[in-house]
Design a protein around this ligand. Structure first.
Ligand code: M6R
Length: 370
């Protein structure tokens, strides 16, 4: 039931504060910032203690969640982490090293390529292999075939475009990073306390970001006749740029590409002219000054900038620049909050162009054949 919403996708975007809150509560008791809940993945502590390497396998939006997790794992625990789309991983005879944790991320748990890639890693029988399903469907094949099940408590996702599944995947991945960090003493108490506190603020920040809806709807009017669009981000926002581009092409049928902003000069800058909208994910983080230089590069080539910036950055919009201010959020968790504006942008562009938002042409919710 869509209730008061015109589409399932919009309803699911609005469900994110609650869905993320439920997911976080698996591991954190309200108000507690000193430790994770004792029962969180407790049965699997021995398995998690032994892993020395992480391999993430997924498709589409779930792959983008894995890309964010790579930054988190390597930064916070210093465990090496590789991420690959399942359709490539399964056909290139990859090396699965001993003591690997293979994380399969999938909303449905039935994606053919992801399942097949998982089975391939199991066939290699490396010593100490542990497999984990990060999944929204407890009864799925993926959950049945893995050692550990980490649920996303998003509730059923009906819209083909993944929204609340993505943000709950990110929240659950952060919990997993913390669990492994604590189990292997790879994260100090101060950092843990800070992140647990920040995680508890997330539902409120997501709720506040929904208030940007009207401003983003206005912004979306500039995209109606566009043929192509670039999404830029750096660091933790690079995967969100990819996700924003995927969302836009999937439901509005406008060609879009996500790029690491530092790659502009290596090719995509040649595309930029006055007809090219460029969406920039620009929180005030450690990459902000570098990103500002990238924005100047496209602005100087007459590109039209659509910037999602931190409230506190007080960035002033110049000519051919539109700024929407996103609530301030700590750098580590910013990709979760910045997912909302890119979802809302693609939603409004699609509605304006009159596409079938919940069931875009040629796509299925669950890709059970390769
Ligand atoms: O069910 P899964 O998470 O395994 O699905 C993977 C992709 O098919 C999925 O994320 C797809 O990219 C979404 N429709 C994007 O919105």
């Amino acid at each position: 039931d869509k209730g008061e919403f015109k589409h399932y996708m919009l309803k699911e975007i609005y469900e994110q504060p609650d869905a993320v809150a439920r997911t976080i509560e698996m591991a954190i008791d309200n108000g507690v910032t000193s430790k994770l809940r004792e029962d969180f993945l407790q049965r699997h502590e021995t398995q998690l203690a032994g892993i020395r390497n992480i391999q993430v396998i997924a498709c589409g939006t779930s792959y983008h969640a894995g890309m964010v997790a790579k930054y988190w794992f390597e930064n916070l625990t210093r465990l090496p982490c590789s991420v690959e789309v399942a359709s490539e991983f399964r056909y290139r005879n990859p090396v699965v090293v001993d003591n690997s944790l293979v994380i399969c991320i999938s909303q449905s748990g039935e994606t053919a390529d992801t399942l097949s890639a998982l089975r391939d890693t199991q066939k290699q029988t490396p010593v100490g292999l542990v497999s984990l399903a990060l999944c929204n469907v407890p009864t799925s094949s993926l959950v049945r075939e893995t050692d550990i099940f980490l649920p996303t408590l998003a509730g059923p996702e009906i819209g083909v475009a993944s929204t609340k599944a993505f943000t709950t995947q990110l929240a659950a991945l952060m919990l997993l990073v913390l669990k492994i960090g604590v189990t292997q003493s790879r994260i100090d108490n101060e950092r843990l306390t800070t992140l647990l506190g920040e995680l508890q603020k997330l539902p409120g920040q997501l709720f506040a970001s929904l208030h940007l809806d009207a401003a983003i709807k206005t912004m979306s009017e500039s995209f109606e006749d566009k043929k192509s669009c670039l999404f830029l981000g750096r660091g933790l926002q690079f995967p969100i740029a990819l996700e924003g581009a995927l969302k836009l092409k999937e439901i509005s049928y406008i060609h879009a590409e996500g790029y690491a902003a530092g790659e502009l000069k290596h090719g995509p800058l040649a595309l930029v002219d006055k007809d090219m909208p460029i969406v920039v994910l620009a929180p005030k983080d450690s990459m902000f000054d570098k990103l500002k230089a990238n924005m100047q590069e496209v602005h100087a080539r007459h590109g039209e900038l659509f910037i999602f910036a931190s409230e506190s950055s007080k960035m002033v919009a110049e000519d051919r620049m539109h700024v929407v201010y996103v609530p301030d959020v700590c750098e580590t968790l910013a990709p979760i909050v910045y997912s909302v504006p890119v979802q809302l942008l693609s939603y409004h562009v699609a509605v304006m162009r009159g596409t079938d938002v919940d069931q875009p042409r040629n796509l299925a919710k669950s890709v059970t054949v390769e």
